[in-house]
Design a protein around this ligand. Sequence first.
Ligand SMILES: [Zn+2]
Length: 378
Amino acid sequence: MAGIDALALAQALIRRPSVTPADAGALNVLEAVLKELGFTTHRLPFGDVDNLYARRGTEVPHFCFAGHTDVVPVGEGWKADPFAAEVKDGVLYGRGAADMKSAIAAFVAAVSRIAPPKGSISLLITGDEEGAAVNGTIKLLEWLKAKGEKIDHCVVGEPTSVSTTGDTLKIGRRGSINFRLTVRGVQGHVGYPQKAKNPIPALAELVTQLAGHKLDKGTEHFDASTLAFTTVDVGNPATNVIPGEARAGFNIRFNDRHTPDSLTNFVKDRAARVAQETGCEIEVVSQTSGVAFLTQPGKFTQLVSDTVATVTGQAPFFSTSGGTSDARFIKDACPVVELGLAGATMHKADECVPVAEIAALTDIYAALLAAYFAKPPL
Ligand SMILES: [Zn+2]
């Protein structure tokens, strides 16, 4: 089959309004193209989410491209039609243009340009990255493991670049953990505070301590960890009642100095001290959405970096900043890096990407496949 046009495929994908968990035919579009390119495809629905695994070749090395066809909701304020995939003045507009349907299209176009190498190429595509991420990549990886399929290296096509394609290579991500604090005192009359136990000052004290605490100064490959409060709730409409309970929530983005356990212990320790000082009861509940991980710079990251430099003239900056992605699951299966378009407009109104950047990413992916199979970094 002749070369696939990345722009046309990106447009076809954007025209399927696959807002999580809906697929709206997006995976059908992709699956059909991959079949024509000689891939064996598997549709793997889990729960209300559809997923796709496609592989061409059975030998090692096995290079995998991972991504997602789902998109976040449109939101407000679009001038362009979010699902028309129109090109205006050399820029492609649409939900998913940056995050990350164009990258999937670029990867498929790159595969169509090179002769089938000795080894395997696969695509691991989920419809559940932007949602709960429960019925997507995690389940796909379990399925692969059960089948005895081993991936050697993976590139995730998230829009991780900053201003131009390939200027940044993500070699890890910070972890993310959410906390809920509930402070319980004793409800009472504001005129008789000695007969009540006000949870608000206790919560305020704990919030101040936690928000003012420096978790670390950063590590070799990571920025400093951050702690940000997202809500403080009392919800008390009465002006003459001391409430019995006050709640707050916060999120910690953490580097490789910390684990969910170490952070939970730290928060519980601070809470216990404030509880002792105030006589209130403080409950701490945490929920981890991802642990910090790092793909150690080595043969694989060097190969990717050198390839990008060959195409763009500039080696990418190695970064671990930003939110979480499905790379946090893939890192348990094989070395993984993230390389994609510039993400300036992702999740925003009038999400868009210059057509020239899609072409640049296709060039990078094609060069990467050629370099990888010419000299596998095993
Ligand atoms: Zn994404």
